[in-house]
Design a protein. Structure first.
Length: 322
């Protein structure tokens, strides 16, 4: 049994910050940001737009698209690294908000590879026929972890949530590969705001914002993503020419373009929405999937590769048929 995507959904915070707004907050410009990242604006959570709230709204859309009721869901996973609460987990909060009373719920933190890891986890449960229907969500409020005085990082990130509904089917296809390089993990970090740590060390809160070695992350992504995509293609016995779309984590337009070049595949096969959303970590792949689904760009039978990469360092790819 393999989980087939039956519906998609998403949520974008109401508040939008464009590059001009950032140029009034720090020494930067629209030209500088677009030239290095491809980003023109990002959505910023405000008011009650928490990780759980956004995840619930995306989940409701996905359930509606799938024609399912919340109580039909057996497994509910939320991938996030930015939840406002340690407990209850965001997945349990989503269960409460949408009424998925029969679902087993837990969170998964895999940073920017998180949605892919959550998808793989759901597939394992469905494949063993432990559950039949799963709701997998990526939801992030990265704006809460961003130092808005550091132009090398803050221009990249945004908030949002995306979700998919899976239902177990026979004769469906799902092939995946995931790898980790813990020895290079210091390239992308975010320290926990642990209360005891602050009491004992009188820590400066600025030290708990995301820290990134941009050059190291770029080199990692453009070398490892093509490798893992080719690994999945070989496992599945597929060729590059059979793939309709490569849906990559939306970290940076230059990274996506570089992967396209390394793969010797046209950039048109690599959908992007980073210009309007920025880097939303584990929410980026399901946000992109939902956007392309709503636009009618995905046809039944299309072969699609999903690929995530980021903190850990972790990276992976999955092949599925729409």
């Amino acid at each position: 049994m393999v989980g087939k995507i039956k519906g998609t959904g998403s949520y974008r915070p109401v508040q939008v910050w464009d590059n001009d707004k950032l140029s009034h907050m720090m020494d930067t410009s629209d030209e500088w940001i677009r030239g290095r990242t491809g980003i023109g604006q990002r959505h910023i959570a405000s008011g009650g737009e928490t990780v759980a709230y956004m995840a619930a709204r995306a989940a409701e859309e996905a359930l509606s698209d799938a024609g399912m009721r919340p109580e039909e869901i057996d497994l509910l996973l939320v991938s996030t690294m930015s939840s406002e609460r340690i407990m209850p987990c965001a997945a349990c909060e989503v269960q409460k908000l949408i009424g998925a009373v029969n679902a087993a719920c837990f969170d998964l933190n895999g940073a920017c590879t998180g949605f892919l890891l959550a998808l793989n986890t759901a597939q394992a449960y469905l494949g063993q026929q432990i559950y039949r229907r799963a709701l997998v969500i990526g939801s992030e409020t990265l704006s809460h972890l961003t130092n808005w005085e550091d132009r090398s990082t803050c221009v990249l990130f945004g908030d949002g949530a995306g979700a998919v509904v899976l239902e177990a089917e026979e004769n469906a296809v799902y092939t995946q590969a995931v790898h980790s390089i813990g020895s290079r993990g210091e390239a992308l970090t975010c320290v926990s705001r642990n209360q005891q740590q602050f009491i004992e060390k009188d820590a400066d809160i600025s030290s708990t914002y995301m820290q990134m070695d941009g050059k190291e992350v770029f080199k990692f992504a453009v070398s490892k993503v093509p490798e893992v995509i080719m690994e999945v293609l070989e496992k599945a016995g597929k060729t590059k020419e059979e793939i309709r779309f490569y849906m990559l984590h939306q970290a940076n337009k230059r990274i996506v373009a570089s992967v396209s070049k390394h793969m010797n595949e046209p950039l048109e096969k690599y959908p992007m929405n980073i210009e309007n959303l920025g880097n939303t970590s584990s929410a980026s792949i399901p946000l992109l999937l939902d956007e392309w689904n709503k636009k009618g760009r995905l046809n039944s039978g299309d072969w699609i590769i999903l690929s995530g990469f980021g903190g850990g360092l972790t990276y992976g790819a999955s092949l599925l048929q729409w």
